[in-house]
Design a protein around this ligand. Structure first.
Ligand code: S3P
Length: 191
C-alpha cells in the first residue's frame, strides 16, 4: 500500500505546526514542515530567501520542495504543514489534488494576535490591515481544501479528533494502537 499523508493548509499562525505535530503523534506518523524543507534545500532561512530572491523566488523554491516531496521524498506516513501561501498557488493545489488537505480556519484578528507572539519572522506580515487583506485574498483558495476545521477556542486534541473523523483516519489510529496493544499478548501466547 502507498504512503498516507495529510496536508495542513491555512494562514500564518493558524496552528499548522502545533496541530501537525499533535496529529502526527496521535497517528504514529512523521511530521514534516514544508518551510523547513525549503530552508534545508536552499541552505537559507525563509527571510533570507525573501530578501535575496523576493516572493517570486520563494514561491519557486516552495513549489520545488513540494514537488520533490510528492515525487519520492515522502517515504513514510506523514502529516505535512504547508506555509501560509503555498495553497494559494494554483500549481501547488494541482500538485496536491490527489492528497487530502485540511484548512485550519480562525478569525483573522486572532491570527494577527498569535502571529505577534509566536516568535516567527514572517516577511509577508506587515500591519493588521495588510494582514487582513492578504487573508481575504487567500480565503477562497484555502476553502478548496478537502476538509475545513474551525479551530476557534478548540483544544488541539479536539481539532485532531475532527480531522481524524473527517478523513476517516480513526481506523489508522486504532489499528496502530491495537497492534501495539496486541504485541505483548501474542508474545505471551507463543511461549
Ligand atoms: C508565508 C507564510 C510562512 C512562510 C513564508 C510565506 C505566506 O509560513 O511560508 O513566510 O505567504 O503566508 P507560515 O504560514 O508557517 O508562517
Amino acid at each position: 500500500m502507498g504512503v498516507h499523508a495529510v496536508f495542513l493548509v491555512g494562514f500564518m499562525a493558524s496552528g499548522k505546526s502545533s496541530v501537525g505535530t499533535a496529529l502526527a503523534r496521535r497517528l504514529g506518523w512523521d511530521f514534516l514542515d514544508l518551510d523547513a524543507r525549503i530552508e534545508s534545500r536552499e541552505r537559507k532561512t525563509v527571510p533570507e530567501i525573501f530578501r535575496e530572491s523576493g516572493e517570486a523566488g520563494f514561491r519557486l523554491a516552495e513549489t520545488a520542495a513540494l514537488r520533490e516531496l510528492l515525487t519520492g521524498a515522502l517515504q513514510r506516513d506523514s502529516v505535512v504543514a504547508l506555509g501560509g501561501g503555498a495553497f494559494a498557488q494554483e500549481r501547488n493545489r494541482q500538485l496536491l489534488r490527489e492528497w487530502p488537505s485540511v484548512f485550519l480556519e480562525a478569525p483573522v484578528a486572532e491570527l494577527w494576535r498569535r502571529s505577534l507572539t509566536d516568535g516567527i519572522q514572517r516577511p509577508l506580515r506587515q500591519d493588521p490591515e495588510q494582514f487582513a487583506r492578504l487573508y481575504a485574498e487567500r480565503l477562497p483558495f484555502y476553502r478548496e481544501a478537502n476538509v475545513v476545521v474551525d479551530t476557534t477556542n478548540k483544544a488541539l486534541a479536539s481539532i485532531c479528533a475532527e480531522i481524524e473523523l473527517a478523513l476517516r483516519l480513526c481506523g489508522v489510529h486504532d489499528a496502530a494502537r491495537s497492534a501495539a496493544d496486541e504485541t505483548p499478548l501474542e508474545t505471551g501466547e507463543s511461549k
